[in-house]
Design a protein around this ligand. Structure first.
Ligand SMILES: O=C(O)CCC(=O)C(=O)O
Ligand SMILES: [Fe+2]
Length: 301
């Protein structure tokens, strides 16, 4: 077993950083290079082999540490940068994230058996690229009828060095969380509804049986944790009062994002408890051109 050190992440004291030794990265890269011919992480038998390899390489101690940290109500977040420079490519990052997902639980696959979703941003795409828009702090899987306990995001490429930083916020660092989770509105249910299976975004991000509608509270506690279910696009007010309450929450989150910046390097990964952490992305502003890809896995413990 390798000596895998953990250190506090300088960008956020709640996040623990796993330092992956170079020989571990190189061995994994060599393992991936053995079978370059197909999209390996989307093949069930290969996923099992990838997971077994990563399990052996990381060792029981590091894997226990990851699982304990992820479920810790005050932590719940891990960062690591297993690949950089020449050895970084989408196949190795995809395989690593896939194995990691199985070491913490069960990743959710789409109808093509792919556990990853691909989020591309390009300043050449005039319809979808808005340099002034943030991706507001949210949780994933809000309209999925099941547990989305964790998310893993990894950055494959990114041409910009300023703007578009990742945003990460733990609920206990959100000043208004205690008010929103305890006033007379806190236990009210809201309607969460996502895009239909026919929506072109579903074809792109992956159809994971998550196209229903749910009525659930946004603030709750579970397993001793302060939890949140937060979406902007997917929560639908039924009347003016609900709309006002939602906008009050959204405004509070826009204020909170000032302290949530977590600039992610190319080749870097964050692994979050999706109920105690919100994530998003800062605006780009004038910093262009932008070509960026994030790959993401979500799943249950
Ligand atoms: O683009 C990003 O950095 C975040 C994307 C996102 O929210 C997600 O992967 O769920
Ligand atoms: Fe997200």
């Amino acid at each position: 077993m390798r000596d895998i050190r953990t250190v506090p992440d300088p960008r956020n004291t709640r996040v623990l950083r796993l330092e992956i030794p170079e020989d571990v990265s190189n061995e994994f890269v060599a393992f991936c290079a053995e079978r370059p011919g197909y999209n390996r992480h989307a093949i069930p038998a290969e996923r099992t082999r990838i997971t077994a390899k990563l399990k052996k390489m990381l060792g029981a101690e590091a894997i226990n540490f990851i699982n304990k940290t992820l479920r810790d109500p005050d932590r719940g977040a891990i960062s690591m940068k297993p690949f950089s420079g020449e050895v970084l490519n989408q196949a190795v990052l995809s395989a690593w994230i896939t194995g990691l997902g199985y070491l913490v639980g069960t990743p959710r696959c789409d109808e093509k058996n792919d556990n990853l979703a691909y989020f591309d941003i390009s300043s050449d795409d005039p319809i979808n690229f808005n340099p002034d828009a943030v991706l507001p702090l949210h949780t994933d899987g809000t309209y999925y009828n099941g547990n989305t306990d964790w998310i893993i995001c990894g950055k494959v490429f990114d041409t910009s060095t300023v703007g578009g930083e990742s945003l990460l916020l733990h609920v206990n660092d959100w000043a208004d969380y205690s008010r929103f989770s305890s006033d007379e509105w806190s236990s009210r249910e809201f309607v969460f509804r996502g895009p239909s299976a026919q929506d072109p975004r579903k074809a792109k991000f992956g159809n994971r049986g998550d196209n229903g509608a749910l009525s659930l509270p946004m603030f709750y506690s579970q397993d001793g944790k302060n939890c949140v279910r937060m979406a902007f696009q997917w929560v639908h007010p039924r009347n003016d009062e609900e709309a006002n309450r939602l906008c009050e929450i959204f405004d509070s989150l826009l204020d909170a994002q000032e302290d949530a910046s977590f600039a992610l390097d190319v080749g870097e990964i964050y692994l979050l408890d999706n109920k105690t952490w919100l994530h998003g992305r800062a605006r780009y502003g004038t910093h262009q051109p932008v070509e960026r890809r994030i790959i993401r896995s979500i799943g249950a413990y």
